[in-house]
Design a protein around this ligand. Sequence first.
Ligand code: NAP
Length: 299
Amino acid sequence: MRIILIGADGQLGSDLAKVIASRELISLTEGDLDIANRDLTLKVIKKHSPDVVINTAAYNDVDGCEDNEVRSFEVNSLGAKNVALACKDCGAAMVHFSTDYIFDGKKREPYLESDTPNPLSTYGFSKRAGEFYVQTVLASERYFLIRTSGLFGIAGCKGKGRNNFVEAMLNLAEKKKGEIKVINDQILSPTYTVDLARKVKELISADQEEPGKYGLYHISNNGQCSWFEFARKIFELSGRKVNLKPITTEEFGARAERPKYSVLRNYRLGEQGNDDLRPWSEALEAYLEERNEEGVSRV
Ligand SMILES: NC(=O)c1ccc[n+]([C@@H]2O[C@H](COP(=O)([O-])OP(=O)(O)OC[C@H]3O[C@@H](n4cnc5c(N)ncnc54)[C@H](OP(=O)(O)O)[C@@H]3O)[C@@H](O)[C@H]2O)c1
């Protein structure tokens, strides 16, 4: 199976490349292909005649999107459309990623795939528009549209300066004197990119035999926590003693509005007897072990 991986040097892309590890994997970075460029996207994808195209590319600096609205729609919406058109053109299945930030958080219980999106931020709107394009262009074709949340992976999020929440907290523990203030009124399901990558591999491997499995999925590690609770677990598991203080979203004062509750329930995987994602705290332990083994040090 020939697979194109777009955004191969990103946080999720790096783990997908490791997990898929096939000789038939074609890894593309932004230097090879800017998905906002329609003609180039059609040309590059067609040239490789792939069976599957995995698109992890996104403009995902959530606050930055507020100041760069045009670029966020060019990449997150039109970019997704361009990849979908290219997949349709060459008959490839598409895997595309979206976010918990397409919800407004008012439900206060885990979101299912059937719940109605209502984004609050430019990032959320642009990702929702990307979903719409994928679902419309490929309506009668093969696609996996995967919503996930709070990613942490060894490569770090490229769009956030090779950072993720775990690394940001460990960095603060090392450098900051005094209190570390973390938001306690936004609840999510943190997700380890290795676990997500493994599930994507399973889905695309089942692809040929089970066509009924295409469509929209929520895939995150199980359980839920606030960013504050996530931080507390990071410090506990890594043995850091810090003065951690819970604060509100309003006290933190970020540029973009975020949902207060954006836990995703892996409902569709569950229906298929396939929701075996471990709890986020176990995934975090595995991440910290991987970090030690790889000798990662960003602090
Ligand atoms: N990070 C999270 O917490 C989170 C949460 C929910 C959903 N998601 C979604 O999960 C997916 C993967 O996120 P991630 O954390 O792996 O992000 P990431 O580390 O920033 O990776 C994104 C990759 O896309 C590339 N890229 C950006 N613009 C591009 C363009 N126009 N054309 C081609 N490549 C482009 C980036 O390269 P350059 O840096 O060189 O531009 C980078 O390699 C995204 O769809 C994101 O929206 C992420």
